[in-house]
Design a binder for this molecule. Structure first.
Ligand code: ADP
Ligand code: MG
Ligand code: MG
Length: 249
């Protein structure tokens, strides 16, 4: 599904990704851990095609296509979803309008007709319930006045409606209490399927007690420096990142 080879990228003339390799098959959950400033969010942003991130080398193949040739919207339409570490507020646009516009854009690219308002409202209410968001959230401005936990649930709602094939969750656990964490983890787990893959970026091991990954990678100094199974996350929790840096120098 996703094949990243020797990816190099810079932000404001500073090289952050320095030859990153990662392959993800359908249905797999990959956790990316690593010290602060390692380039984890940069990787997500580069894959999503956000402005300000310049690819200076390497390749990314997504469903057999050159991902780097597509703009951010095309990538989303082709099934890539990035949940933001700090979701933006869009005052004046209701959550319902925003969600419907993004879902219809994806449907259009699959040759499907847009939802009617009635159909979409029904669907959005049903999914809101699944992530414990009250229905009146759909009427409010996008992320306007939402608490940290509510923003995360809203991202999950967006993910459930968009049905992406690759979900990148960047620090989805940051600022969540244990109950909210459980809701997020249940939401993600309910979306796991043989043809949907996840990249779960997290600084802490805690989330991975709930979302058990197939693979754990350590990103340090702009590269994947170590990969393993879910037990690697526990080792990192116990021993930190220092031992890997020593091992790889
Ligand atoms: P992580 O998510 O692993 O903590 P980031 O990808 O956010 O790391 O950051 C990697 C490096 O890139 C850091 O040194 C950070 O300061 C820098 N960086 C990231 N985004 C920007 C930006 N928009 N402008 C300037 N520097 C940035
Ligand atoms: Mg960071
Ligand atoms: Mg980050």
């Amino acid at each position: 599904m996703l094949s990243i080879k020797n990816l190099q990228a810079s932000v404001e003339e500073k090289q952050i990704l320095k030859g990153l390799d990662l392959t993800i098959n359908p249905g797999e959950v990959h956790a990316i851990m690593g010290p602060n400033g390692a380039g984890k969010s940069t990787l997500g942003n580069v894959l999503a095609g956000r402005d300000g991130y310049e690819v200076i080398g390497g390749s990314v193949d997504f469903h057999g296509e050159d991902l780097l040739e597509l703009d951010a919207e095309e990538r989303a339409r082709k099934g890539l979803f990035l949940a933001f570490q700090y979701p933006v507020e869009i005052p004046g646009v209701s959550n319902m309008e925003f969600l419907k516009a993004s879902v219809d854009a994806v449907r259009e690219s699959k040759g499907l007709a847009p939802y009617t308002s009635v159909e979409f409202i029904k669907l959005a209410r049903e999914k809101s319930k699944a992530v414990n968001l009250p229905a009146d959230f759909l009427k409010r401005g996008v992320n306007e006045g939402f608490s940290g936990g509510e923003k995360k649930r809203n991202e999950l709602l967006q993910m459930m409606l968009l049905e992406p094939s690759l979900c990148i969750l960047d620090e989805t656990d940051s600022g969540l209490d244990i109950d909210a964490l459980q809701v997020v983890a249940d939401g993600v787990n309910s979306q796991r399927s043989p043809d949907r893959s996840f990249i779960v970026v997290t600084h802490y091991q805690r989330l991975l007690d709930y979302i058990v990954p197939d693979y754990v990678h350590v990103l340090a100094g702009g590269k994947i420096v170590k990969s393993g199974g879910s037990e690697l996350a526990k080792e990192l929790e116990a021993h930190g990142y220092g031992w890997i840096e020593k091992e790889t120098v």
